[in-house]
Design a protein around this ligand. Sequence first.
Ligand SMILES: [Zn+2]
Ligand SMILES: [Zn+2]
Length: 149
Amino acid sequence: MAEVCAFCGAELKRFGIDTLVCANVTQTVCKDCWTKYRDASQTERCRDILKHSWAKEPEQIHAFLEEQEREAAREQARAEKLNRLISCCGQPMTPLGVSKFQLGQTSWIFGDWSNLLAGAMELAVFRCERCGQIKFMDPNIMKDRMKEP
Ligand SMILES: [Zn+2]
Ligand SMILES: [Zn+2]
């Protein structure tokens, strides 16, 4: 039985068989499809290959796509939660990461407590892309809040 292109079903000639990997499965493809999908993302390849039934190990490709969707949903939920916790000008703030801030002895913010608080403090830093405001959050509290359902 002749090999066929996993994307379009075209019969492949013995020489000139190309391959592309979809969800860790190596698929045989024709020249045209190779050119078309060479730079496509894994998700795009997997979606298109499942439109027909020529793909090898379609179950594995299905599973891969489902996992991708679950991952996207998790990412979406995370972004929404973050937006509820910290936002500015009606839009989410950009997380700039967690930084250690050195609290000096002469810190006027903390007045007489400066001795108690002297040392480093970890702060999660966020920036509003619209108005330029920077907000700090306690990273430990952020972490706990993100875990809450
Ligand atoms: Zn093809
Ligand atoms: Zn703002």
